[in-house]
Design a protein around this ligand. Structure first.
Ligand SMILES: O=C(O)CCC(=O)C(=O)O
Ligand SMILES: [Fe+2]
Length: 378
């Protein structure tokens, strides 16, 4: 019998990961979070947190600021004993720059030609401008009851670059649209600082969670080259990092808003899950002002000032939701997709990149299409 976390007692042979997932997902009573590892304070780590040395010269201060990052020498990067290749960076973003990335995730990246869950059952003209069709309702005071949900509130995932096909669990050469240059630049600079030169952001999955959503136990193995890291950043949640086998007991950790994780090397193919979304802390209005006067005005910066109008909608949205971005390199240098039989070729506009949520049992990313990113049972 093993004690996993406060009041989670697991009999040997039981599915430990599943049990932990359910424990942290529970609503009533809410779980005790005292045994959740917190990289920002070192709490509940059992001495397993180790500092990771980054190369401060790999990215200049200017290059870092251009994408909204602090100078590398100021980053607090950690590893976790027992998880070689896992790197956790405590919020390396410059104050205020997160507003830009949130706005990109809500306003820019859901736009065509990128693909989203709504495309699976709506025509392209109806999903043409999710933001514009949603903002008016989202600005309505919370006290006024409004129906139905806006498109932004119904958004569950967006794919960029090589669009992940949720049915076949593959990427393919014929389902590709240009990867956003700003997100590519951010990913390249983070991975470079972590010792991975030559990272190529070829695909991204953006997950949009409601406060009671979760992401089931899975491994990201559809990419053809696993020697490249998987990069993840977003807002606050509890993240479970397991082992190479589905039954391995996971470590629960806080992912605070702005924290960045890299799964590389032996940790690239570890099982993981997000059982719980944590409420966002209210963002101070001054953060926006800092963005407009600091890094956004730097030469070569990809950051643009976020208008107060846009930020009002974004901040309202993230009060009850969470956005997370995972960036992936799909192909190794010089690698190509295997030839597809003619019959398997699927035109992009037929909406083949279906995505939904993990069923938590297959160990592979599998989502049902009718109810995209709602709660996943494991
Ligand atoms: O939302 C997260 O923190 C993790 C997302 C994830 O694991 C994925 O998209 O594969
Ligand atoms: Fe994942």
């Amino acid at each position: 019998m093993a004690k996993m976390a406060a009041s989670v007692v697991v009999e040997s042979g039981e599915d430990v990961f599943r049990k932990m997932f359910k424990f942290y997902k529970r609503r009533d009573p809410p779980p005790d979070l005292r045994e959740v590892t917190d990289f920002s304070s070192g709490a509940a780590s059992g001495g397993k947190i180790v500092p990771v040395k980054l190369d401060p010269a790999a990215v200049s201060d200017e290059e870092a600021a251009c994408v909204g990052l602090q100078p590398i020498r100021n980053w607090r990067a950690f590893g976790l004993q027992g998880y070689p290749g896992f790197i956790f960076i405590s919020n390396p973003f410059l104050r205020g720059s997160q507003a830009f990335w949130v706005r990109q995730c809500l306003k820019t990246y859901p736009q065509k030609p990128n693909v989203c869950n709504l495309d699976m059952h709506m025509s392209p003209s109806d999903t043409q401008d999710i933001w514009a069709r949603s903002v008016q309702a989202l600005r309505t005071p919370a006290s006024v009851k409004r129906q139905p949900k806006t498109l932004l509130e119904r958004l569950r995932w967006v794919t960029l670059g090589y669009h992940y096909n949720w049915d076949t669990k593959t990427y393919s050469a014929n389902s590709y649209t240009p990867f956003p240059a700003d997100l590519q630049m951010l990913s390249v600079r983070i991975t470079l600082a972590c010792g991975f030169p030559g990272f190529n952001s070829e695909a991204a999955i953006l997950n949009y969670y409601r406060s009671d959503s979760s992401l089931g136990i899975h491994v990201d193995e559809s990419e053809l080259d696993h020697s490249r890291p998987l990069l993840s950043f977003g807002q606050s949640s509890i993240f479970l990092l397991g082992g190479p086998h589905r039954q391995d007991p996971p470590t629960a950790m806080f992912m605070h808003s702005g924290d960045v994780m890299l799964m590389s090397g032996q940790s690239r193919l570890l099982y993981h899950a997000v059982p719980r979304i944590l409420p966002a802390l209210p963002q101070r209005a001054t953060l926006l002002e800092e963005l407009s006067c600091a890094s956004a005005l730097q030469t070569g910066s990809v950051l643009e000032p976020v208008s107060q109008e846009d930020w009002d909608v974004c901040s309202r949205y993230i009060q009850s939701s969470r956005v997370n971005v995972t960036v992936r390199q799909v192909l190794g240098p010089g690698q190509r997709f295997p030839e597809e039989p003619k019959s398997a070729l699927q035109p992009r506009d037929e909406g083949q990149t279906v995505g939904c949520h993990d069923d938590g049992n297959s160990g592979k990313r599998k989502r049902t299409c009718s109810d995209p990113v709602e709660t996943i049972e494991t």
